[in-house]
Design a protein around this ligand. Sequence first.
Ligand SMILES: Nc1ncnc2c1ncn2[C@@H]1O[C@H](COP(=O)(O)OP(=O)(O)OP(=O)(O)O)[C@@H](O)[C@H]1O
Length: 314
Amino acid sequence: MTEVLVAEDVRRSYGDTVALDGVSLSATAGEVLALVGPNGAGKTTLVRALTGTTEAQGRVELFGEAPTVVDRDRIGLLPQSFTPHERLTARELVAYYAGLYDETRDVDAVLEDVGLADTADTHYENLSGGQQRRTCVATALINDPDLLVLDEPTTGIDPAGRQALWELLEGLADRGVTILVTTHYMEEAQRLADRVGLLADGRLVALDAPEALVADHGGDSQLLVDGEFDAAAVDAIDYPAETTLRNGRLVVYGVRPESIGGVVDALDAVGLGYDSLTWKQPDLEDVYLELTGTGVGRAGEPKETASAAAGGAR
Ligand SMILES: Nc1ncnc2c1ncn2[C@@H]1O[C@H](COP(=O)(O)OP(=O)(O)OP(=O)(O)O)[C@@H](O)[C@H]1O
């Protein structure tokens, strides 16, 4: 498959700060690649290196050319920080960006795509935060790009608008548009991405399909027990499965749905009341917490306490 985007051993430092420490990845036509990682992991720097808006060491190519010389009509870019002229309406702004390209889509059609048909004549400064972000997304779509690079596109957009944007992006990918998207929403990465790249401290610590990442790094299913718990509760509960305390909530790992009654019995046996029980399969968020060491998972043990009862029927 033809590679639309290639990054090879990309490095970028700001003074003593190493923002990118040798990142390599690629994306093919129609592929959706999501970049996730903690604040400061290097996502925006990678986006900037890939789009030629910051200099970096290593090889970067878009459609086989350096990002500074590639035909800009083929690229749609939504930077993380984007502050357009506030005294223009959404329609005027998108029309302004349309003027930068040789061929574009119809301005009103793009505004409709991002859910701004009814607010097209509102000045940017009077749009809500989410509407402003949608306007910015529209400016990245106006040239009908073959490669779309979106740095946190849905930040500030309400859940319905986010869903609509996901559908829009899925439609574009189905038509062969390659999409590189950074996000802090694991649901967004899981839903949209063919592959997810996880950046931490300027390094790509994982890159794979979401389901493969979950299978490899997501760990066991979890029974989340909400209530008023403390470290003593973790010690008191006598149940043969690993149990931890996370933000005042008990987390019991590896419990099968049919065994939830056993956990309830164990709580009752030591007089521990609870408000609710939630069973969940591991997901991308668990992968993120595990691999970035930012969470309360078992590997890094930055959690309050843990009890690892040996084996047993789970
Ligand atoms: N222009 C700059 N000058 C100095 N340091 C910078 C600059 N841009 C980024 N950095 C540093 O490089 C590192 C990576 O920043 P970057 O913005 O790429 O992270 P990020 O993963 O996009 O974070 P976030 O999730 O907060 O957007 C950080 O330590 C940041 O402080």
